[in-house]
Write a new protein. Structure first.
Length: 248
């Protein structure tokens, strides 16, 4: 078994409209989404990039807006959940075990950003690269200093600061490994949230396809050191980024 605790290892769309999700995303991104038989628990749809599983889609257990949620690998889900609460965050249900998958618990940070603690039963999901894979996780927060303190306390991260044209950008690190990014939310009406960026061959072409399929553009394509990226809101209301890496 192999673990990289502190790495974001999975991402999941929570939505009531499964039919719309499983139509929009395969028509927009280099994904297949297929129903997957679970040993126990709610129905699940696996997101596949090529032959690799990279994420999932499932219906919420309460009336909540559509949202993407990232899973972070931790050595002990229950111990990490106690740290979340002690640092001002919250748990949203009891930790539970998915047979054949692992133990998990949805939580939110002290500013309300949702994520999920995860300990794989047989190790972390393998890293996947290329079109359709998860390229980067980025926290948009209304209080960067408070968010830095929370994630360094709960997940043991350190951080580096970068000065960008529109303000500071923070890199969460675990040793010499970069785990995620963070920035001040672009608007005061955007709640603290995690944003996922998906690797695509052509950012502009992907965004045009997304718009034809009913998405709304949040950020037009732009170039940065990591690559060319854009941000969209899907027809369900979930926000997601797409990026063509500089090395692609």
């Amino acid at each position: 078994m192999s673990y990289e605790h502190g790495r974001f290892v999975w991402f999941e769309l929570i939505t009531k409209d499964i039919d719309r999700a499983t139509s929009f995303y395969p028509e927009t991104l280099p994904w297949r989404i297929e129903p997957t038989k679970m040993e126990a628990g709610p129905d699940y749809w696996m997101i596949q990039a090529g032959e690799a599983g990279v994420g999932g889609v499932m219906a919420p257990q309460a009336d909540v807006p559509a949202a993407w949620v990232s899973y972070v690998s931790v050595p002990d889900v229950d111990a990490a959940a106690k740290k979340v609460v002690a640092a001002g965050g919250a748990t949203h249900m009891d930790a539970y075990d998915a047979p054949g998958v692992g133990r998990m618990q949805p939580v939110s940070d002290a500013q309300g950003g949702m994520f999920c603690l995860f300990k794989g039963e047989t190790g972390d999901p393998p890293r996947v690269d290329g079109p359709g894979s998860l390229h980067w996780n980025e926290l948009w927060t209304q209080d960067p200093n408070a968010s830095l303190a929370f994630y360094e306390d709960v997940l043991g991260y350190t951080h580096e600061e970068m000065t960008m044209a529109n303000g500071k950008y923070y890199i969460f690190k675990d040793g010499d490994q970069m785990r995620a990014g963070m920035l001040q939310a672009p608007s005061s009406d955007i709640p603290t949230m995690w944003l996922q960026y998906i690797t695509v061959d052509d950012c502009d072409e992907t965004l045009e396809r997304a718009k034809k399929n009913g998405a709304t553009v949040i950020a037009e394509p732009m170039d940065a050191e990591p690559g060319r990226f854009a941000i969209l809101r899907d027809p369900l209301g979930g926000m997601i980024g797409v990026i063509t890496p500089s090395s692609a």
